[in-house]
Design a protein around this ligand. Structure first.
Ligand SMILES: *[C@@H]1O[C@H](CO)[C@@H](O)[C@H](O)[C@H]1NC(C)=O
Ligand SMILES: *[C@@H]1O[C@H](CO)[C@@H](O)[C@H](O)[C@H]1NC(C)=O
Ligand SMILES: *[C@@H]1O[C@H](CO)[C@@H](O)[C@H](O)[C@H]1NC(C)=O
Ligand SMILES: *[C@@H]1O[C@H](CO)[C@@H](O)[C@H](O)[C@H]1NC(C)=O
Ligand SMILES: *[C@@H]1O[C@H](CO)[C@@H](O)[C@H](O)[C@H]1NC(C)=O
Ligand SMILES: *[C@@H]1O[C@H](CO)[C@@H](O)[C@H](O)[C@H]1NC(C)=O
Ligand SMILES: *[C@@H]1O[C@H](CO)[C@@H](O)[C@H](O)[C@H]1NC(C)=O
Ligand SMILES: *[C@@H]1O[C@H](CO)[C@@H](O)[C@H](O)[C@H]1NC(C)=O
Ligand SMILES: *[C@@H]1O[C@H](CO)[C@@H](O)[C@H](O)[C@H]1NC(C)=O
Length: 880
């Protein structure tokens, strides 16, 4: 059964697949079964008096090309004198001579049928989509500028929303207004998505004196409100003025990584056209492109409708002929069914004919072939830092060999010709579209967790790297399209130490890996040899004069650790509800009250009056005492006074007892439930006020500088004066902290590391962090002084911040949460179980009571013994 099913399934599948293939080809006649046809539309209205002439000429041309060039098959030609025709489906191509508007009308009509449209039309006409048709605007030589701009825009060479147009007086107002219209007009075809630009136009006046002109240009450039009009400049000038403007713009720092300068130079030609003179004016971080006149003025320069018609129709016929030939060649070898499957679709046929025409025209075109413009763009970004000659392997002779005078190269980005418009081999602004263009940079770094974890094996070439900074660099390099090779450096610095010792130029092994910068890194940045240092560094005034910092990648607050507050012993818990004063008062009451009660009872005339016994009960002092004591413990007594005076005293005592006992019970429960802990030092204020613990921090940190100089904040002043400065955190210090004798101040993240490390060592949580986070230190990446890429990197870093990536990476490299981190700040309130420890105190009292009882028992015994002895002595004489 199963074996049978499989072939059936395959057959079904096969039919299905072939079905798909059949449905792909649309039902248009192939060039073999039916002759191709072309509609020739010659707009009588548009040509006016020229019409008859042109028509006759075209008929002659058609006749000739059919005779001479169409070797296989045939071509059916239909002539129309107006444009509102119904384009039949079986046309192969349309050739039209009409104005721009009607051309686009025809295009829209023919688009659905995938016809090949070849059009001759007005100047300043937006090109038809490059892969669907050919358009030749007939223009007088020297007036091609607006068309040029239109074509540049249609090709999405620049993605601008606004443009600043600067021009000099080589162009008249008419030409400029045509250029402005070209920039700001809407395209008839919305599928192309060419957005109109907002254009601000500025004219540079001609002045005879060079000095005057410079001043004028400077004034214009400085007064541009670039915040509102954008930083995309299109400059239509002569070569000479271009150089002046480039110079001034560079000096005004208007050429940066975000601005785009597009120079349109018209006074050159194919001989003098050479932009190499501007190379010296280029600088790192620029975006500059040129399009310049490459028109040749020797030789004959024909143009006009007839010339172009002739060329196009001829090229078309040749193209068609070739297409037929190709189809025939294939057709001859295969069966009809197969042919139906593989024959080219209409779109494919249109594409191949169009390509043939363009190819043919490029090679042989002689109409308007003088007019040509060349586009060059500068590949600048990162050229300076691109060290292709880095060979050194040894740490000792590690010097990045970089030429100080860099040769920037101009890229031949493309050219413009009337029949095909813009032909680009590269993008107009390579760095805007492709960032650093996959350049390879050598970047220096060193091991400094958690920012940089670097592993090397022998050489200075890094074999493995990760860490916050490296992660950031990886992400940015992807975005900005560069790759990098990491090199490590030894971490020593010869920075002048800030304290006033005589030994100023001391080379020390670097310890404070973010506060100090290794000499090598500093010098490389200073000499502008590397794009950036993959190094997290404290934003520090000391370096600001010869380096530039990016925006902070992280903000590190300072904090301190103290010994974790101990839980107090609970042996005397039962005494806790009352303060010592209260206990004392209570004892006093018990001492004072019985005599008073006794006295009142004895003095009271009540008993005498009623003639009652006044020897027993509360008349005895000891009974009074025991009664008061018993009442306090809410025990009744045998006797009660009968006189109202005595009763009143006892009544009020009972009241007090209720209050005392209730308060005691309530508090006792509370104290049993909540553990009692030591007071913890939580803020800097508390730290400087206490005197039991000393405090210390690493020396040379930014924080030290800060508190030394902050004379106006008293607590920092005290903090600085009382602080001990350690060269580094070490086990002795940590032990002191653990014993509660010392407080250690550092970055919070470092403290977290220490706490984690100690926890892993001892498995107990001995430390607590301060709740105070003070003095935030900014950590940033370093770039060379006045690096043009600072803003660029800042933008990328901001983006990473906004996406929360940096935050995440930092968190990843921080110690993981453990048992201690939960309790680091506050002792958590947990339901406390009362243990025997908590009761010890009461048992102690019981023991004391027993012992006291025993003591008194012994006293009583001895007392009795002596009494007996004395009685015996007295009685003796009577004994015989
Ligand atoms: C194509 O045109 C040629 C010459 O014009 C003619 O001989 C031929 O019959 C035509 N073929 C078809 C299929 O119409
Ligand atoms: C381009 O150069 C040619 C020859 O130098 C000149 O005739 C023509 O006017 C120039 N084009 C423009 C737009 O200036
Ligand atoms: C450009 O002109 C300079 C001299 O002005 C010349 O040395 C260089 O070869 C020229 N470059 C080209 C591509 O013509
Ligand atoms: C233009 O075409 C003519 C005639 O084919 C030729 O002589 C001339 O060299 C061409 N000019 C250019 C710049 O190619
Ligand atoms: C990076 O640069 C290369 C070389 O220019 C380019 O081909 C590529 O498209 C660029 N990649 C990105 C993502 O821009
Ligand atoms: C260093 O590590 C890299 C990559 O792991 C390896 O290719 C290279 O051979 C190693 N070099 C030495 C000297 O071990
Ligand atoms: C350090 O101080 C010495 C002498 O004062 C000075 O010559 C040197 O340039 C200083 N070095 C730095 C890096 O500031
Ligand atoms: C400065 O200190 C270094 C090492 O710390 C020592 O070798 C050098 O002799 C000292 N220089 C002076 C002038 O004291
Ligand atoms: C680089 O640092 C210097 C000195 O602090 C500063 O004047 C300059 O503005 C910084 N550069 C940039 C691009 O911010």
């Amino acid at each position: 059964m199963k074996l049978l099913k499989l072939p059936v399934l395959c057959a079904v599948l096969l039919v299905f697949i072939s079905d798909i293939k059949f449905s792909k080809c649309d039902d248009f006649p192939s060039l073999i079964t039916q002759n191709a046809s072309i509609a020739i539309i010659i707009d009588r209205e548009y040509l006016d008096v020229q019409y008859e002439d042109v028509l006759k000429e075209i008929k002659v041309i058609i006749e000739r090309v059919l005779r001479e060039d169409l070797k296989n098959g045939g071509l059916v030609v239909f002539y129309y004198a107006w444009t509102k025709i119904n384009l039949r489906k079986d046309f192969t191509a349309v050739f039209s001579i009409t104005n721009c508007e009607n051309t686009w009308e025809i295009y829209r009509d023919s688009r659905g049928e995938n016809l090949l449209l070849m059009a001759i039309t007005d100047p300043d006409c937006p090109r038809l989509p490059y892969d669907e048709g050919l358009m030749i605007p007939i223009m007088t030589p020297g007036e091609e500028l607006p068309q040029l701009i239109l074509d540049t825009k249609a090709r999405h060479s620049f993605d601008w929303k606004s443009a600043v147009l600067l021009y000099d007086n080589t162009f008249d107002r008419d030409m400029i207004s045509r250029c402005v219209i070209a920039l700001s007009r809407n395209f008839p075809d919305d599928s192309n998505q060419v957005q109109p630009l907002s254009v601000s136009v500025y004219k540079i006046r001609e002045t005879s004196l060079d000095w005057n002109r410079r001043k004028h240009i400077r004034n214009i450039l400085t007064s541009l409100p670039s915040r509102f009009i954008g930083t995309n400049y299109m400059v239509l000038v002569t070569t000479e003025l271009m150089q002046t403007i480039m110079e001034i713009a560079r000096d005004l720092k208007m050429v940066n990584t975000f601005s785009q300068w597009f120079y349109v130079v018209s006074d050159t030609n194919y001989k003098s056209g050479n932009m190499s003179t501007v190379l010296s004016l280029l600088e790192e971080g620029n975006n500059i492109a040129f399009i310049y006149n490459y028109t040749s003025d020797n030789g004959e320069c024909v143009s006009g409708i007839k010339c172009h018609s002739n060329e196009i129709l001829r090229a078309f016929t040749l193209g068609l002929s070739q297409a037929i030939r190709e189809e025939l060649a294939v057709y001859g070898q295969i069966s009809d069914e197969e042919w139906e499957i593989i024959r080219p679709s209409k779109v494919e046929r249109r594409g191949s004919i169009l390509n043939f025409i363009l190819e043919h025209l490029r090679k042989t075109s002689s109409c308007s072939n003088c007019t040509m413009w060349k586009i060059e763009t500068a590949d600048i970004w990162g050229s300076r830092y691109q060290a292709s000659t880095f060979t050194s392997q040894s740490v000792a002779e590690k010097k990045l060999q970089i030429d100080s005078n860099v040769d920037y190269a101009l890229i031949n980005a493309g050219m413009w010709r009337p029949f095909e418009g813009l032909l680009m081999n590269d993008v107009l602004f390579p760095h805007i579209s492709h960032g650093f263009r996959k350049k390879v940079f050598h970047i220096i770094t060193y091991h400094n967790p958690p920012w940089q974890y670097i592993k090397t094996n022998g050489t200075d070439i890094v074999s493995e790297a990760h860490g916050v900074v490296i992660d950031i660099l990886n992400e940015i390099s992807k975005k900005l399209n560069f790759t990098f090779v990491l090199h490590t450096t030894s971490t020593s610095t010869d920075l002048n130490t800030t304290d006033e010792t005589t030994n100023l130029t001391m080379t020390k092994e670097i310890r404070l890996l973010t506060t100090d910068l290794p000499t090598e890194v500093a010098s490389m940045l200073n000499e502008n040899k590397i794009l950036l240092a993959a190094v997290a560094s404290t934003v520090n005034d000391r370096y600001k004069n010869f380096l530039n910092f990016s925006i902070p990648i992280s903000i590190q607050p300072y904090s301190f650790i103290v010994a974790k507050p101990k839980e107090l012993s609970r042996i005397y818990l039962f005494t806790a509800p009352y303060t010592h004063g209260t206990w004392l008062c209570l004892a006093l009451m018990i001492v004072i009250l019985p005599p008073i009660l006794c006295l009142v009872n004895r003095i009271s005339p009540y008993y005498e009056f009623h003639n009652q016994c006044t020897k027993k009960g509360l008349f005895k002092f000891s009974n009074c005492f025991w009664y008061i004591y018993g009442a306090l413990l809410q025990q009744g007594g045998l006797y009660l006074p009968q006189a109202d005076s005595g009763r009143l005293i006892i009544g009020t005592w009972w009241l007090i007892v209720i209050v005392l006992v209730t308060t005691y019970c309530g508090n006792l429960v509370a104290f049993l439930t909540f553990p009692r802990v030591d007071v913890q030092v939580k803020t800097v204020g508390e730290l400087v006020r206490q005197s039991a613990m000393s405090w210390g921090m690493r020396s040379g940190t930014y924080f030290e500088d800060y508190i030394r100089d902050s004379n106006d904040i008293p607590k920092y002043e005290t903090l600085y004066k009382g602080a001990k400065f350690h060269s580094d955190e070490n086990p002795e210090i940590i032990d002191l902290v653990r014993q509660g004798k010392h407080v250690y101040i550092d970055w919070k993240s470092n403290l977290l590391y220490i706490m984690r490390r100690e926890y892993l060592k001892t498995e107990t949580c001995d430390f607590a962090l301060s709740s105070d986070e003070f003095m935030e230190e900014q950590i940033a990446i370093i770039l060379p002084y006045n690096s043009p890429y600072l803003e660029l990197f800042n933008v990328e870093l901001t983006r990473l911040h906004q996406m929360g990536l940096i935050q995440r990476w930092i968190k990843e490299y921080l110690p993981k949460k453990d048992r201690c981190s939960k309790q680091s700040n506050l002792i958590e309130v947990v339901n406390h179980v009362v243990t025997i420890d908590d009761m010890q105190g009461s048992f102690l009292v019981l023991l004391l009571g027993f012992m006291a009882g025993l003591l008194i028992f012994c006293t009583e015994c001895t007392w009795r013994y002596y009494r007996k002895r004395r009685e015996e002595k007295i009685i003796q004489p009577f004994v015989e």
